[in-house]
Design a protein around this ligand. Structure first.
Ligand SMILES: [Zn+2]
Length: 201
């Protein structure tokens, strides 16, 4: 599988590039993304998490189907996605991220989104997604704008987590997948989002 980039790496803080239709071996890359996601027991994986600053993420929410029926068979590839509407109720749910090992926190997100994207065959879609898949998609979509779920926590929570994130960025964690750490001289700079990325998304 592809190694997972950990918080503190620059690529996790960049806004991904749009992907052109003739991007070399896009299908091969998508296959590798799914393979890496399944091997690390994730339900979503975004290109920046494997070191590519691209607007691409994959989702397969099926493991949640027992508790969330709407997740059954929700397997998608999102290329150059843009969420054009957030609606419905605020829902709180515990989230984690392969790029922030060992941290799980409650995140408030909207229940429903309207999203435009291209699939793996470069066919355009506009889709309304609701429930658990909408949460997974929002989390992965954020990655393509350089945003991590910890950025969406309260100021107080973020302050409480700061030292833990600092330690993670320096490799103080244990996972059963391969990973890449940031340069030790710049890890602290990339703990937080780059200016304006929250507004951009
Ligand atoms: Zn993540």
């Amino acid at each position: 599988m592809l190694p997972i980039y950990i918080i503190g790496t620059k690529v996790l803080r960049q806004v991904g590039q749009d992907i052109p239709q003739d991007y070399p071996d896009l299908q091969g890359f998508i296959d590798l993304m799914f393979e890496s996601m399944y091997q690390s027991d994730g339900v979503g994986l975004a290109a920046p998490q494997v070191g590519k600053s691209l607007k691409l993420f994959v989702v397969d929410a099926t493991p949640y189907a027992d508790d969330f029926p709407e997740a059954d068979g929700f397997k998608r590839v999102f290329i150059n996605a843009k969420i054009i509407e957030y609606s419905g109720q605020d829902v709180v749910m515990n989230e984690g991220c392969l790029s922030i090992p060992g941290v799980r926190e409650d995140v408030t997100r909207k229940d429903t989104i309207k999203i435009q994207y291209y699939d793996q065959n470069f066919e355009f879609h506009e889709e309304i997604i609701t429930g658990l898949p909408a949460r997974v998609v929002q989390h992965e979509y954020d990655h393509t704008y350089g945003i991590l779920f910890t950025d969406r926590l309260s100021q107080l929570k973020r302050t409480m987590l700061r030292n833990k994130l600092r330690a993670i960025a320096r490799g103080k964690f244990k996972v059963n997948y391969k990973y890449v750490l940031g340069d030790k001289n710049t890890v602290d700079r990339y703990l937080r989002p780059l200016t304006n990325t929250l507004e951009l998304a």
